[in-house]
Design a protein. Structure first.
Length: 105
């Protein structure tokens, strides 16, 4: 007799054009607002608006903030390291996408 395992995933679909405030992004990503500010300063996140109170983050920022939090907490990577790691992940995703378009992946 074979056994099977079922994993239940729960998530929320966030549209790309949504505008999350700093506090909303903190709640949604599980990161502290101070961490988010550090990540903005390092270029991990790119909000619209001039000051933190006016910042608005798109849907893609939620994914990046979640990944940044995981890298920071799980692997104890500092903010510049998080920025570098996410840039490398983006580059890998871009290369994979390019390969798929060329039919090699």
């Amino acid at each position: 007799m074979t056994s099977s395992r079922m994993t239940l995933l729960v998530g929320v679909v966030v549209e790309e054009d949504v505008g999350l405030s700093l506090s909303e992004l903190a709640r949604a990503s599980g990161a502290d607002e101070s961490q988010l500010v550090e990540w903005v300063l390092e270029g991990v996140l790119d909000p619209s608006g001039g000051a933190p109170a006016d910042w608005r983050f798109g849907g893609a920022s939620l994914r990046r903030a979640h990944l940044a939090r995981r890298l920071s907490e799980d692997l104890e990577i500092n903010p510049p390291g998080v920025a570098l790691a996410l840039d490398l992940i983006d580059e890998i995703d871009s290369l994979r996408s390019h390969l798929r378009r060329r039919g090699a992946g």
